[in-house]
Design a protein around this ligand. Structure first.
Ligand SMILES: *Cc1c(COP(=O)(O)O)cnc(C)c1O
Length: 639
């Protein structure tokens, strides 16, 4: 680059989240005049199409650089491979000791204070005092870029690694600067670095727990060697181009499989690692694992009809007639009369005009939400919604506004604060880990008043709530109807598959746009048969739903009468324990006593909100429920 017509180009993109301006992307370049157009175009496109969301606001700042540019050689890079973040922190201490800093461990403690800052902390290493004028923002080093040869093409691809080298190099040449510590705030990026003129740029492969957003930067400054104002002026104003910035040497990269392993290893460290239990029996009230019998109190098969004689009979008939695989998607050759019969049955069961079948409830949510919201708009989503709803929202092009759990006032406020020409609100009907029921009348009323589509997920409502198990609309005496009723056939219904029920316009739209419907082979007919049989059994044997309601009431009353007040109108009864390890231990005690109850942990529920999730079935006997309650009471009292 010739030092003649040189410009600094800066880009900053942000989005408006709940009325607050949130940074999503920023970058800076130092370029020749001839490259400005290309550079600005590329930076605008980068800011607008960021993985963190589309920008609502984008600022480009262009400045003619009149003063002399400082050229520096990039710091040499070494990589230190560590197994755990604790080892990573030991490497930081080692670095600080090499820098002859007496207060190494005290210095490291300051990193906690950087987590909420956008800029870096400027720490005086002698007196351990922070020197930034604005301690909430910190110091930003700016005006720097990688130097390019005359014939090198301008690149504005985001390369965090190369940008970090440029920054670390500029910072290390700052007057009075001793070194730098940097941990990324990107939850997926655990590699960080320490850097100084003497030690170079030292990548440390693990500096924090994976998934953590706690990251920050400390500039280590010695105020006996330079004045603070000189240092800040250098960091904020000196134009620096760094020569010989090379992309990461691929040989230095970790084996990708080791990267995966480090994730599961860290889950093990934090009691979040999962293993599967192997059932040697059907899914029913009595199961066998490793030869030992248990009473199952963890199943979503609330009516215990997965092996109901009518279900088996129907499946056998269909198996004989159709075989198994359907061989195509519904829109090609995989649409059989039975698929359509099931859809008619679902529509009738949910009292809607029409229905569409998906292969699972998970896909139903993904495909439906992403298809309806594919052109943007706003989705208002309950903070405790199921993962499949969250993933559906993520796949859509909509802005996602999360409202407080089952808080209709907050929903209304969020709708009014984030208006849109096209929007939907979505909620579990029965919350899968808390067992409470959506305030449907208010939910639908607020949606209608504001012209918002209303969608509910009846995975744990179908076959469970309402006098005859028809779900949340029946629970509220058939007085309200949401626009979109999603559900699954794999829980109380006892088969497998997801569905959406609604009016003809909705179903017609989904058949033509829902990618999870269009691009996936339809359900095998044996499964369709099981779904049809399941719905028929619920209709023809109302005693199943009645018994389920009785059992829930019996269990809650017994627990409450004996000192632990609980209440549930659904089949799900959460017993909040809090600590992940304690929840696991409680589940183990129940296992030892012959009861299978799941401990539910992060990420299914929030951290430190681990719980036992009791799931009642219509086939539990009173005696079994009483015994389970007694053991539970023992655990809860001793805890
Ligand atoms: C289980 C569940 C689903 C997914 O249904 P599958 O048929 O199991 O894929 C969707 N939403 C909620 C609330 C669920 O609990």
């Amino acid at each position: 680059m010739k030092d003649k017509d040189i410009y600094s180009v800066k880009m900053r993109a942000s989005r408006n989240v709940d009325g607050v301006d949130k940074h999503i992307s920023g970058a800076e370049k130092i370029v020749d005049k001839d490259d400005i157009a290309a550079c600005v175009g590329a930076l605008v496109s980068r800011g607008l199409n960021h993985e963190k969301g589309n920008a609502d606001f984008l600022n480009i700042k262009l400045e003619h650089v009149k003063e002399e540019i400082m050229y520096l050689d990039a710091l040499p890079v070494t990589t230190i491979d560590v197994e755990t973040w604790q080892d990573g922190h030991k490497e930081i201490l080692k670095f600080l000791n090499e820098m002859n800093l007496r207060n190494a461990s005290k210095i490291l403690e300051f990193i906690d204070e950087t987590y909420s800052m956008r800029g870096a902390m400027l720490l005086d290493v002698n007196i351990l005092e922070r020197l930034e004028e604005d301690q909430s923002r910190g110091i930003r080093a700016t005006y720097m870029d990688a130097a390019r040869d005359n014939n090198e093409v301008l690149s504005v691809e985001k390369n965090h690694y190369m940008e970090a080298i440029v920054l670390a190099t500029k910072v290390s040449y700052c007057p009075g600067m001793v070194g730098e510590i940097c941990i990324s705030d990107d939850p997926g990026y655990v590699t960080g670095y320490v850097a100084s003129k003497e030690c170079g740029y030292r990548r440390i492969t693990k500096m924090k727990e994976s998934g953590s957003e706690n990251g920050g930067r400390i500039f280590l400054f010695d105020s006996t060697k330079a004045s603070i104002s000189e240092a800040i002026d250098y960091l904020q104003n000196k134009k620096v181009l760094v020569r010989n910035v090379k992309p990461l040497n691929f040989k230095e990269k970790k084996d990708p499989m080791q990267v995966l392993k480090s994730v599961t290893d860290s889950m093990k460290e934090n009691n979040l690692y999962r293993t599967m239990k192997t059932l040697e029996t059907k899914e029913g009230v009595h199961i066998k694992i490793d030869g030992k019998e248990y009473v199952l109190m963890a199943s979503n098969s609330y009516l215990d009809i997965t092996a109901h004689p009518k279900m088996i009979q129907k499946c056998k008939e269909v198996l004989d007639k159709y075989g198994v695989g359907s061989g195509g998607s519904r829109l090609t050759t995989g649409n059989m009369d039975l698929h359509e019969e099931l859809e008619r049955k679902i529509a009738k069961f949910k009292n809607t005009e029409n229905a569409i079948l998906f292969n699972t409830g998970y896909v139903a949510n993904l495909a439906t939400i992403s298809a309806i919201m594919k052109n943007g708009g706003v989705i208002y989503s309950d903070e405790l919604n199921h993962a499949s709803i969250i993933d559906g929202c993520r796949l859509s092009k909509a802005k996602i506004v999360v409202y407080k759990h089952n808080d209709m006032e907050d929903l209304k406020n969020k709708i009014e604060a984030n208006p849109s020409d096209f929007s939907m609100a979505v909620s579990d009907a029965v919350f899968s880990m808390d067992g409470d029921i959506l305030n449907l009348p208010e939910f639908v009323r607020i949606c209608k008043d504001h012209g918002v589509l209303s969608m509910i997920d009846e995975a744990h409502a179908t076959g469970v709530i309402g006098k005859t198990g028809h779900g949340i609309v029946e629970h509220f005496n058939n007085t309200v109807s949401p626009d979109i009723i999603m559900g699954t056939l794999s829980k109380a219904v006892g088969g497998e598959g997801g569905f959406v029920a609604g009016n003809n316009i909705l179903i017609d739209y989904l058949r033509n746009t829902a990618r999870g419907f269009i691009f996936s082979t339809s359900l095998p007919l044996v499964t369709v048969a099981s779904d049809i049989a399941g719905l028929e059994i619920i209709e023809s044997e109302p005693v199943l739903v009645e018994r389920l309601h009785e059992n829930v009431k019996y269990f809650c009353d017994y627990m409450s009468d004996n000192g632990y007040a609980i209440n549930s109108e659904t089949a799900i009864i959460p017993i909040i324990i809090g600590d992940e390890k304690k929840a696991m231990e409680a589940s183990e005690i129940l296992m030892e006593n012959g009861f299978f109850v799941s401990a539910i942990r992060y990420p299914t529920v929030a951290k430190k909100r681990a719980r036992l999730r009791i799931a009642i079935m219509s086939s539990h006997t009173k005696e079994e429920l009483k015994r389970a309650a007694d053991i539970l009471l023992g655990i809860l009292v001793s805890a």
